[in-house]
Design a protein around this ligand. Structure first.
Ligand code: PHE
Length: 383
């Protein structure tokens, strides 16, 4: 029989529905409204809760099954509308929750909202799946591609590479040294003592160093210090080139920069002579500039070579040609061998230093060395 707070005895018409009234929610519901509700209403109410629960389960099964077979965007959209749309099946259930009493609303509500989240996740997942499948068909593979701008080597790098190739084809090895040098390697070991006026040939960037520094350091003014570094650790015969950046503290103009690139050459053996030097230099220039290149040798002076020469190349300006000094060279000075702990009585050889920038200016007809370092793309992109 019926129990409950202030529950009035029911008319016999309710007898058959006795069991359903055991639901606490319905009891509570009836306890407040029993006097006004009709028997038929109670039945409907009960059915709707039960139905909602059953519907949810069925809905879930149905939706999951359908979702499995979704392959196209349109299918997914109608699936979404069918369940989650404004008049969708699940939306309807969610909307009807408000008509339920609190307890039922809670239990059905939790399940219905859980299902809603599940379906939303399914839709999102399927959207991605279909998206990635569909991409192929969206791309028009016959369209011309976007041009990728890869950039290119700087003209100085290009010519250096070319120079390396020429010399390695002549059996030279490529060696490099530090840009930050000690006073010893840059000057003293090359027969330029502190008092020597030849130090004035190079305007030098010295490092500001505290009193603790053992030796003064500088940005190397030429690549010649690598001669010493290499000979200290290698036995002749050998032939090397040393490409690298050098620094000079001087005013800039069309043919001078505060930093530029040099290529040192050094060939040492038992009887390497200036004749070998001439052959190597001529071969090098002809390979780099073509057979018709004009150049001349002049006597010169360097503290670390004896005798010394300089080589000029004719710069192809309009009408007349200007001679441009590109290379200093000579037979390695005996003192230089001694600095490197080699005996000048056993060996001899030549050394040269050539300005890479100047070679590039001649080869590419560039009138001003400063353009190399300007970072101006209108210039750089021409190479
Ligand atoms: N180091 C010299 C310079 O920078 C060039 C040079 C190198 C001359 C080797 C002779 C031998 O001017």
């Amino acid at each position: 029989m019926l129990r409950g707070r202030e529950l009035h005895p029911l008319p016999s018409a309710y007898e058959a529905d006795e069991q359903l009234l055991l639901f606490p929610a319905i009891q509570a519901f009836i306890s407040t409204r029993i006097l006004v509700v009709q028997p038929i209403f109670v039945k409907e109410y009960f059915n709707s809760v039960l139905l909602l629960n059953m519907n949810l389960k069925e809905l879930q099964r149905k939706a999951f099954e359908e979702a499995e077979n979704i392959e196209k965007k349109e299918h997914l959209e109608s699936f979404r509308i069918k369940y989650l749309g404004r008049k969708g099946e699940l939306t309807n259930i969610l909307r009807s929750l408000k008509d339920l009493p609190v307890d039922e609303r809670k239990s059905v509500g939790v399940d219905a909202n859980k299902l809603k989240i599940e379906l939303e996740q399914i839709v999102a997942f399927k959207e991605k799946e279909i998206g990635s499948l569909g991409e192929e068909s969206v791309i028009d593979i016959t369209r011309p591609g976007k041009k990728v701008n890869l950039g290119h080597l700087h003209p100085l790098t290009k010519i250096e590479e070319e120079i390396r190739n020429i010399f390695t084809s002549l059996n030279f090895s490529v060696v490099e040294g530090p840009e930050l040098e000690t006073e010893y390697f840059n000057f003293d070991a090359l027969n330029i003592p502190a008092s020597h006026p030849a130090r004035d040939m190079w305007d030098t960037f010295w490092l500001k160093e505290g009193g603790k520094a053992k030796e003064r350091r500088l940005m190397r003014t030429h690549t010649s210090p690598v001669q010493i570094r290499f000979m200290e650790t290698h036995k002749p015969p050998f032939q090397i080139i040393v490409p690298g950046r050098v620094f000079r503290y001087e005013a800039t103009d069309a043919s001078h920069e505060i930093n530029f690139y040099q290529l040192e050459g050094l060939m040492v053996g038992q009887n390497i002579s200036l004749a070998n030097f001439k052959f190597i230099v001529e071969t090098f220039f002809k390979k780099l500039f073509g057979k018709n290149i004009e150049f001349r040798f002049r006597p010169s002076y360097f503290p670390f070579t004896e005798p010394s020469v300089e080589v000029d190349i004719k710069f192809p300006t309009k009408g007349r040609g200007d001679w441009l000094e590109v290379l200093g060279a000579g037979m390695v000075h005996p003192r230089v061998f001694e600095s490197a702990h080699l005996n000048p009585r056993d060996i001899q050889g030549f050394a040269f230093g050539v300005g890479i920038d100047r070679l590039a200016m001649i080869k590419y007809k560039i009138p001003d060395i400063r353009l190399f370092y300007s970072g101006d793309l209108r210039f750089i992109n021409q190479f």
